[in-house]
Design a protein around this ligand. Structure first.
Ligand code: BTN
Length: 240
């Protein structure tokens, strides 16, 4: 595993995306990002004290594109487990791949694909007090516990967990991974608005299904939503 460290960089994901001699599990760690990117074209406010890193994963030709739709979920549970190794907190997994603590976002993940590699970018609020997120409520580990953490310990615990979970995933153990994810399912039983290109629907979330889609009950009918297809917003003041 090669490690590339930067005090400041535009985006750790972009660094790997532009790297000509990219190898599997190249890891990029930055203290600050000047153009940190989030999902759906959002900016990712990137301050000192956060864990800001990306690594590369080679696309395995034996794994179908359909199977790879589950990759964000595998990464999400690995981030949750990695953080838990450092601090035992009641962390939740928010489909498709965020980690939540006390109803607030602790970590975000951006998965991109370039040629034969996935670029997996992870941001975790660790020692930072400022999150700078305008439209999402966020929390850092320090906000919660008042402690300071060694950011590298968290990064390497997450990568170690990812390697374990990814091996299980490749070995056909998805069912067990999914059970674990569903045990931590933040959205379960919550009322959410689901926005798609041509509709906004409101429903109650059930489990995450075998194929990684989210099962939502809408007007008494079960519907399934694809990863990446929807934008989910929890309806405030509804049942937990
Ligand atoms: C999201 O929740 O919208 C995803 C946020 C992903 C942020 C990380 S920080 C490290 C890596 N580099 C980036 O530019 N983005 C990801």
């Amino acid at each position: 595993m090669r490690i590339f460290r930067f005090e400041s960089i535009d985006s750790t994901n972009d660094y790997l995306k532009n790297k000509k001699d990219i190898q599997e599990f190249d890891l990029v760690i930055a203290e600050i990002q000047t153009k940190g990117r989030g999902r759906r074209g959002n900016n990712w406010f990137s301050n000192k004290g956060m864990a800001l890193f990306s690594f590369s994963l080679k696309v395995d030709k034996d794994i179908s594109a359909e199977e790879y739709f589950k990759l964000p979920l595998v990464i999400g549970i690995s981030v949750l487990r990695g953080i838990k190794r450092i601090e035992e907190l009641d962390l939740k997994f928010k489909w498709t791949n965020d980690v939540y603590l006390d109803d607030k976002k602790l970590s975000g993940i951006l998965v991109e694909k370039i040629d034969n590699f996935f670029i997996i970018g992870i941001g975790i609020n660790v020692n930072n007090k400022e999150m700078g997120i305008v439209n999402e409520v966020a929390i850092s580990l320090k906000n919660k516990t008042g402690r300071n953490y060694i950011v590298d310990d968290i990064i390497f615990a997450v990568i170690d967990e990812f390697k374990k979970y990814y091996k299980k995933f490749c070995d056909g153990e998805w069912k067990y991974i999914l059970d674990e994810i569903n045990n931590k399912n933040y959205l379960k039983n919550k009322i959410v608005n689901i926005a798609r290109t041509n509709e906004i629907v409101t429903g109650k979330v059930n489990e995450i299904a075998q194929d990684g889609r989210l099962e939502v009950e809408i007007s008494g009918e079960k519907r399934f939503f694809d990863i990446g297809e929807v934008h989910i917003k929890r309806v405030k003041n509804e049942i937990d």
